[in-house]
Structure formats: C-alpha cells, structure tokens
Ligand binder design. Structure first.
Ligand SMILES: NC(=O)c1ccc[n+]([C@@H]2O[C@H](COP(=O)([O-])OP(=O)(O)OC[C@H]3O[C@@H](n4cnc5c(N)ncnc54)[C@H](OP(=O)(O)O)[C@@H]3O)[C@@H](O)[C@H]2O)c1
Length: 276
C-alpha cells in the first residue's frame, strides 16, 4: 500500500458488519492507519484500530468522510439523525446496494459529495473488486477514493448507475456464486470418494490456481479450457455437460438477472420512500 495513503480525519463508518468490517480489515492489512475512524453501530462491538461508539452523539467532531455500511432497509431510520452531523465538507460513500445517488442526495442535501461504492467481500484480503460512481464528487475526491479502494484490490469508476448495478450483480454478489461453485466441486469430489477435507482444499485451490494463472499470464478462459481439454479426453466429456445447450451460461445469466432485478426493486423502494 502506498505509504502516503491516509484516511480523512474524522472518518465515520455507520454500521460495520460483513462489508464495513471487510473494508477495514483490508486497509488494516495494508498498513493504513485506522485511528481517524469512528465506527457507529448499535451493538458497540469494538473494531480493532478504530474508536467504536453506539450513537452519533458520542462520535466526536463532524466527519469529513462517512461510509454508509448498514443495510439499505435501515436508511429511513438512520438518515434523519445522521444528516444533523453533516456539512458541505462531508463526502458520503454509500455501500447500500441498489440505493441510487439521487435518492441519497435527497436524504443528505447539504453534503459536499455523494459517492456510491459497490465492493466485493475479498476487499478484506485486498483482492476485492469495487465499482465507484458519483455525479458530484470533484476530481480530488475521486482520486482520493480511487486510491483508498485500489488499495483493496481492483477499483474502477463507472460511467452510469446501470453499469454500477451490472458490476454489483457480477462482482459484488460474485463471491457468493463462486463459493457455491467451489462447494459443488467439493461435493462432487466427495461423491467420487475423497474426504470432505481433501475435496474442499483441492476444489478451492483449483479455482484459485485457475484465476491466478489467468491474472498473471493474461491467458483467456477459452484458451485455458482448451489447453486442459484434449480432444476426446476426460475433460472434454465433462465440458460437454457444462456447455450442452448452454446449461452453465443460462444458469449464470438467470442468477445474475435475479440479483439485478432485486437491485432494481431496492432502488424503487428507496425512490418511493423519498416521495412518501
Ligand atoms: N456483504 C456484501 O458482500 C456486500 C456487497 C456489496 C454491498 N454491500 C452493502 O453493504 C451494506 C452492509 O452489508 P453487510 O453485509 O455488511 O450487512 P451486515 O453484516 O448485516 O451489517 C450491517 C451493519 O449495520 C449496522 N446497523 C444496523 N442498524 C444500524 C443503525 N440504526 N445505525 C447504524 N448502524 C446500524 C449493524 O450494526 P451491529 O453490528 O452493531 O448490529 C451492522 O454493523 C449493505 O447496504 C449492502 O447492500 C454488501
């Protein structure tokens, strides 16, 4: 991690469950100083390297950066209280899946910038993917956030919210799908007589090794599959099942579509709540 990288002081994390915790884990692992961070969460469960409190009144001076890391369904409850502590000097980074920038801006009208970020859970080990989007963040803010999220893996700014949603449905949700694939590979290994422990390790290492080879050599997935599957061999027989009538492509497309539709529903709920 770039030694000059710093978090704005103060930075507030409002909520710190799976995703907020993963981001802080990644930054901590990269050596970033987390002392500017105050975590505000109802349970008060401590987060290493930060100050953790249960309410805004105990959070200290108004924040320069606020990361919204609670569930989208909590927005109506949190926004009216949080708004009181923010100013034109505050940048909001919202992790809330599906809640559009315009809906956030309506709830936090006076803040300096509203940025949406969709990270994936491997940010915890600095191998995440983060999509960023804003209509009102200045160049310096964009650069600072780009540096902070690039320290957690791969980060990119998206041109519009539909592309951000597309990134979210592939990369944000993706670790869950990859986890299911590895689990299915594991179960198949167990059915062929391997112990659960061995099957789990080799399934995981197979996915890791394949991704690592592609990432480090630039080789495409078509080429990798071709190099593994010799004509009329065992792998080709397996691929015929996965490829047959687009089985895998259709399954993944339906999976991603379902996530994308749920994102659209969440966006609609957030829009409707603002108008109500
Ligand atoms: N998980 C993912 O892979 C993923 C990917 C992309 C985006 N996201 C987004 O990240 C956000 C957080 O998801 P998550 O998976 O981290 O959820 P989570 O594990 O359930 O964590 C939710 C957090 O919100 C806190 N919270 C609940 N009510 C609150 C309140 N009134 N004020 C302040 N904090 C409150 C909880 O505090 P306590 O811990 O004290 O109970 C908890 O820390 C969501 O908006 C989600 O859409 C998640």
């Amino acid at each position: 991690m770039n030694g000059t990288l710093k978090l704005p002081a103060p930075t507030w994390f409002v909520g710190c469950g799976n995703m907020g915790g993963a981001i802080l884990d990644g930054w901590r692992a990269g050596g970033l100083d987390l002392s500017p961070v105050t975590v505000i969460r109802p349970s008060g469960t401590p987060v290493e390297g930060t100050r953790t409190v249960t309410g805004f009144a105990d959070a200290g001076p108004p924040p320069k950066l606020v990361v919204l890391a609670f569930k989208p369904q909590k927005l109506e409850e949190v926004a009216p209280e949080l708004r009181k502590w923010l100013s034109a000097r505050t940048v909001i980074v919202s992790l809330l899946a599906g809640v559009e920038a315009a809906s956030l801006r309506q709830r936090f009208p006076g803040v300096g910038a509203v940025v949406r970020a969709i990270p994936s859970l491997p940010v915890a080990v600095r191998r995440g993917v983060t999509g960023l989007y804003s209509t009102d963040a200045g160049q310096q803010t964009q650069q600072e956030l780009n540096d902070l999220f690039s320290a957690l893996g791969f980060a990119m700014w998206m041109a519009d919210e539909s592309k951000l949603a597309a990134l979210g449905s592939v990369a944000g949700a993706g670790p869950a799908y990859v986890a299911r694939f590895v689990a299915a590979l594991t179960k198949a290994g167990v059915k062929r007589g391997l112990t659960e422990e061995i099957a789990a390790v080799i399934a995981r290492e197979t996915v890791l090794g394949t991704a690592w080879m592609a990432a480090t050599t630039g080789e495409g997935m078509e080429s990798i599959a071709r190099r593994v599957a010799s004509p009329k061999g065992t792998t080709e027989a397996g691929l015929a099942v996965l490829d047959g009538e687009g089985v895998l492509d259709d399954l993944i497309a339906a999976t991603i579509n379902a996530a994308f539709s749920r994102g659209a529903e969440l966006a609609e709920e957030a829009r409707a709540a603002v108008q109500a």
